[in-house]
Structure formats: structure tokens, C-alpha cells
Design a binder for this molecule. Structure first.
Ligand code: FAD
Length: 371
């Protein structure tokens, strides 16, 4: 019997394993493939952004903002976080009133946000096109190296005594007397759950829970691309856009990553994703419309090999597995689960240990979908 069993070795599974193990708990993490192969893997870095988030996530990102700068010290690795500030660019006059409201709300939630005029945007981002009339600016936002973070969580969890089994897919969950009692792996191993089970397999959550709950969530292969090294770096911040499907960030070697949510193509049989030419063209066109000098950029690599689950209302689903009082699942990060991982993994660990749902996670219950 193992006190805490965790299914899934992305940033969420590895993070919860660490928060529990560092407090002396007995932890077994089961990962179908290797640590950090799903949405927590892939080229470049991930944005740690409060700007433009759903209001229910703002308290979580505020906590995460406090944690990101020193998390590497607790995990015993090199710095993996960079505070760049996030600029949410605005081109359409009709978006200005909403931007004012978002600015108010984000500040009310303790996330410093400024609505910059066209001139103020130009001072900070001199190469942005003339069509950009304003921007919402969050100075505390940044980027972090997702591969380094996920690996660091897993390594620190192992050092603290957690047992991490890779190439160990879980096939089913057994319940008995209103609790999750064991999980069965594809290899036939039965692992008994002493206290709590965490189902943190992201795109794999709905499949594992199919007999117990039908969630309005699905999976998407978000496409990202990296340019060849640029002679000149046009951007200075982490860039997003109010009305275009666009995110731009600086990457190593004077490259930029261009993303934002265009789809790639996922093959469920081989479990691999491939980039789509039309997504590359559309994403690049959006980038060039905002930073003209990116017209010269050549795409070095396009990647769609990392599946993410998304919810119909674009915020995660975090709840107790129906029919149990000790199995917690979390999924549907909807393309923005990275930034809030430090705070949510800590809260999930507390929940599994104490049996008490953290108040800040209550808005993400599946009950919100009930008729
Ligand atoms: C291309 C891309 C860009 C992104 N950009 C950002 C960003 O800029 N900012 C941001 O905040 N967020 C971003 N995100 C979202 C963020 O990366 C994810 O929300 C986060 O990494 C999810 O972590 P996870 O641990 O839940 O899932 P994953 O990392 O997908 O981990 C789940 C793991 O579960 C394993 N698994 C599945 N089924 C089973 C099973 N039956 N048994 C055992 N193991 C199983 C998988 O192999 C996988 O390793 C992005 C996501 C993608 C894909």
C-alpha cells in the first residue's frame, strides 16, 4: 500500500509528488511514458502570465507570481524563470473598454496591470506596428523553462523519497466503500492507495474516468513554431494579443517562438502530432501584421506533438472523482495551465493530505456544469 498515488508525470504530477514527498509523505508516481512528454514538454519556454486570464484564476496566478522567482532554489537547480512583463496588444478601438475593465479587475485581484497608451506601448516596444493603439501591461509576468521545471520537480521528489515509475500506464482505478482503493497498471501491477489518489494525466484524465463522469472537455494539439536566428530581435516583452491568435516570446540563440493557439494535427493511433502548413502561415501572418520585421523570419521548426486538454469554458476542471472521497482529478488547463502550476500543485498536495478542498480551487469544480 502506498500513501499517495499519482497518475501522470507532467508538471502537475511531478509538482504534487514533490510537495508531498518533501513533507515526508510516501509517494508513488506512475507515468505512461517518460516524465515531461505531454503538454509540459516541447520547444521553447512557457509564458507565466496573469494578463488576460479568467478572473477565477487571478488569485492562483498571484500566488504563483510570488513563487516563481525563488522556486528553483527550493528545487536545487539553476534559475528557470525570467520576469519579462507581458504586453497584451490592442488594435481594435472596440476592445478598449473591455481592456479598461480587465485592468480594473486584475488590479483588484492584486495583479499590477497598466493600460498603456499608443505612445507608452511604443516606448516599451519600439518596433510594434502603428495599428497597435494600446496594450494591457503586467510587469510581473514572465516565462519559464517548462522542461527544466518539470524535470526539477521530478528530481527533487525522487531525492525526497518519491518512487517514480516511467513507462507505466495506468489502465483502471478500483473503488471500494466510497474511496479509490487501488490502480491497475497495463503491466498488471495492482497498487493500493493508502490515503489519496491524484489523477493528473491531462489529456488522459477523461479516458481514465469515463465510467464515472462525462466532462465537457476535449484535447487539442496546440502548434508552436521557432524561427531561425534573427539578425535583429524586434520584441522586448512576452507578447500576446487581444484579438489575434498570437503569442511571441524571445528564445535562445536570437530566435522567437510564435504561437497562441493555432491547431496542429493529432493522430490518436500513433499518439503524435504534426504541424499544419495553414496554421504556420496564419500564425506567421498574425506575427508579421504586428511586427513587420518578422517578415524576414524563417521557420526553423514547427511542433504540435504535445496534447493539452481544454474545457468548454476555458478554465480547468479540478474536483473529486465521483463515487470516491479520496481521488482528486485536475485537467482541462485549456492552454494556460503552466503559469499557475506552482500554486495549484501545492494546493492539490494540501487537499490530498488534509482532505479539505482549498477555497481557491472551489470555482473549478465540475459542479459548475450541472444543469
Ligand atoms: C504547445 C503548448 C503551449 C503552452 N503554452 C503555455 C503558456 O505559455 N502558458 C501557460 O500557462 N500554459 C501553457 N500551456 C499549458 C501547459 O503547458 C499545460 O497546461 C501543463 O503543462 C499541463 O501539465 P500536466 O501535468 O497537467 O499535463 P502533461 O504535461 O500533459 O502530463 C500528463 C502526463 O500524464 C501521462 N499519462 C496520460 N495518461 C496516463 C495513464 N493512463 N497512466 C499514466 N500516465 C498517463 C502522460 O504521458 C503525460 O506525461 C501550453 C501547452 C502547450 C501544449
Amino acid at each position: 500500500m502506498t500513501e499517495f498515488v499519482i497518475i501522470g508525470g507532467g508538471v502537475y504530477g511531478a509538482g504534487v509528488a514533490w510537495w508531498l514527498a518533501e513533507q515526508g509523505a510516501e509517494v508513488r508516481l506512475l507515468e505512461a511514458k517518460q516524465i515531461g512528454n505531454g503538454a509540459s514538454a516541447g520547444p521553447g519556454r512557457r509564458g507565466t502570465r496573469a494578463n488576460g486570464r479568467d478572473w477565477r484564476e487571478l488569485p492562483l496566478v498571484k500566488r504563483a507570481h510570488e513563487m516563481w522567482p525563488s522556486l528553483h532554489e527550493r528545487l536545487g537547480v539553476e534559475q528557470f524563470f525570467e520576469r519579462l512583463g507581458h504586453m497584451l496588444l490592442i488594435e481594435r478601438p472596440r476592445d478598449l473598454q473591455m481592456a479598461e475593465a480587465m485592468c480594473l479587475l486584475q488590479n483588484q485581484h492584486g495583479t499590477e496591470t497598466h493600460l498603456l497608451s499608443q505612445g507608452e506601448v511604443r516606448e516599451r516596444e519600439p518596433e510594434v506596428c502603428d495599428d497597435v493603439i494600446a496594450a494591457l501591461f503586467c510587469p510581473l509576468d514572465g516565462v519559464s523553462d517548462h522542461t527544466a521545471v518539470t524535470d526539477a520537480f521530478a528530481a527533487a521528489a525522487r531525492r525526497a523519497g518519491a518512487v517514480i515509475s516511467e513507462n507505466t500506464p495506468v489502465e483502471s482505478i478500483e473503488t471500494e466503500g466510497g474511496r479509490a482503493s487501488a490502480v491497475i497498471t497495463a503491466g498488471g501491477e495492482r497498487i493500493e492507495v493508502g490515503k489519496s489518489l491524484f489523477v493528473l494525466s491531462n489529456a488522459g484524465v477523461q479516458g481514465l474516468l469515463a465510467e464515472r463522469i462525462a466532462l465537457p472537455i476535449w484535447s487539442r494539439a496546440f502548434q508552436v513554431m521557432l524561427t531561425e536566428p534573427l539578425e535583429h530581435m524586434p520584441i522586448r516583452h512576452l507578447i500576446g494579443h487581444m484579438s489575434r491568435t498570437l503569442a511571441i516570446k524571445e528564445e535562445a540563440g536570437n530566435r522567437v517562438m510564435i504561437s497562441g493557439g493555432y491547431p496542429g494535427k493529432w493522430d490518436p493511433v500513433t499518439e503524435t502530432g504534426t504541424a499544419i502548413e495553414s496554421s504556420i502561415d496564419a500564425n506567421l501572418a498574425d506575427a508579421v501584421a504586428v511586427y513587420a520585421s518578422l517578415k524576414e523570419a524563417r521557420v526553423e521548426a514547427a511542433d504540435a506533438d504535445h496534447l493539452e486538454s481544454v474545457a468548454v469554458d476555458d478554465i480547468p476542471v479540478i474536483d473529486i472523482v465521483p463515487g470516491t472521497d479520496n481521488a482528486i482529478y485536475a485537467a482541462a488547463w485549456s492552454g494556460h495551465g503552466w503559469a499557475i502550476a506552482p500554486s495549484i500543485t501545492q494546493m492539490l498536495a494540501d487537499w490530498g493530505r488534509d482532505g479539505k478542498r482549498p477555497e481557491l480551487l472551489a470555482p473549478f469544480s465540475a459542479r459548475r456544469f450541472s444543469a
